[in-house]
Structures are given as structure tokens and as C-alpha cells.
Design a protein around this ligand. Sequence first.
Ligand SMILES: NC(=O)c1ccc[n+]([C@@H]2O[C@H](COP(=O)([O-])OP(=O)(O)OC[C@H]3O[C@@H](n4cnc5c(N)ncnc54)[C@H](OP(=O)(O)O)[C@@H]3O)[C@@H](O)[C@H]2O)c1
Length: 239
Amino acid sequence: MQSIKGKKALVTGGSRGLGKAIALALANEGVDVAITGRNKNTLEETVNEIEKLGVKATYSVFNVADKGEVKKEIETLINSFGAFDILINNAGIAAFGSFIEMDEDEWEEIVKTNLFGPYYVSKAVLPSMVDLGSGDIINVSSTAGLKGNAVTSAYSASKAGLIGMSESLMFELRKKNIRVSTLTPSTIASEMSKDVLKITDGDPDKVLQPEDFAELIVDMLKLNKRALLASASLWSTNP
Ligand SMILES: NC(=O)c1ccc[n+]([C@@H]2O[C@H](COP(=O)([O-])OP(=O)(O)OC[C@H]3O[C@@H](n4cnc5c(N)ncnc54)[C@H](OP(=O)(O)O)[C@@H]3O)[C@@H](O)[C@H]2O)c1
């Protein structure tokens, strides 16, 4: 396995939940980390935690669904922090409900955040990654993107679209030594999943934790550069 010490990573939605666990796990490996989100206070708190691990850390406040903001803020980040070796497209939102009843604006916001977000961010990061001649992009989809459900039309559409974009990008970019991976985790304990976990009667000790997901990502990044894990689903062993 290769060391990832000294690399630079951008983790969208890195202020809490899965993104925060990923940012901390990367920092533990000696990776400098930039995190993004919409809430400045949460980002600041997480950056303080990351810096305690002895690496450089910074944050940028923007909405991944806003094309103009993404372009401007990522350009500023790259100019101040340097080109990114690693991009984790993690920021996302979820809302569940009947297709007929869900508000059109809400449906659109989910797709814009979960599908257009990673598209805008990847477009902004890629030119400098291509210049580096290597890199890793990990797109966080969901098992909901593999299979629809009665109440998940917007979320499943956004995450299925992300799988399609991510797989296509993998085939395009492997020729440039850039590895693109698509992850489809099942339910992991976080702010996003707290309502789902309330109505399932599983044992809370058996629920996947953000750290389990972060461990998988670190191991993927440490794979020899000739090896690419194109996709993986992370499930609870015995929920
Ligand atoms: N938890 C699960 O069970 C589960 C399972 C499968 C896949 N996933 C996926 O994993 C990813 C992380 O989920 P999570 O459970 O960690 O969710 P979370 O706890 O709600 O955290 C979401 C993160 O994304 C940021 N974010 C949300 N919307 C954004 C926007 N429009 N622009 C910029 N940042 C935004 C949030 O910060 P701000 O609110 O400050 O913007 C926060 O940092 C998501 O893509 C989710 O779909 C989660």
C-alpha cells in the first residue's frame, strides 16, 4: 500500500457526519484537508479539530448547487491551498416522501445538490488535477441510487445519476492516471439518517458509523497507484 502523507484533499460537506469523519481520517494519515459546507461556524469548529492532528486545514463556504459560487470558491481555494490530489464529493441532502406530494422545488434542490453539486465541483477541480498527472475522486452515492423505493424518487434519482456520471468519468480519467470511485453506502449514523434510524428497530450498536466509512476511503486511497477500486457498497453486517 502507498502512503498518502503530504497529499492535499478537498472534502465537500466536511463539517459533520461522514465528511467530517473522512476529513479527520485523512488528517490522521498526514493529508492536508480543505472542507466545505454552507455553515461557517460548523466548518470552523471542524477545521480546529483537524489542525490539532498536525496538518494544514482550511474551509470554504459555498453551496455546491450554485455553479457560480462553486467555480469562484474552488479557484480561490486552489490558489491559496494548492492543487488537490484527492476530491471527495460527499456533500448531499435527503428528503423522503411521496412523488405526488413532494414540492417541485424540493425535488429539484435534491437533484441539484446531489448530482449537479459533484458535477460542478469536479469540473472546477479537474483541470489542476489533470495538470498534476494523477489524482483520486471519490463520489459518495448511496444504495438508494442502486434501487428505487416508494418514498425516495428525488434522492434515488440524484444518487443514480451520480453513479452514471461517476462511472463514465472513471473510464475517461483512468487514462490520465486519475482514479474515480463510486461508493454506495447503506445507512450510516448521522444527522441525515437520524429519522430513518428512529423508525427502524435495529440494534443501534450494529449501525454503521461514519468512521467505518472513512476507514474504507483511506484504504482505497492507499491502494497501489496501479489499482483502482471502481465501486463498493458498504453494508452493516447484521443490522
Ligand atoms: N448517512 C447515511 O445513512 C448515508 C447513506 C448513504 C449515503 N449517504 C450520503 O453521504 C453523504 C454525507 O451524508 P451525511 O449522512 O454525513 O449527511 P449530513 O450529516 O447531513 O452532512 C451533510 C454535509 O453536507 C453539507 N451540505 C449539505 N448540503 C450542502 C450544499 N448544498 N452545499 C454545500 N454543502 C452541503 C452539510 O453542511 P451544511 O449543512 O453546513 O451545508 C454537511 O457538512 C451524502 O451525500 C449522503 O447522501 C449518507
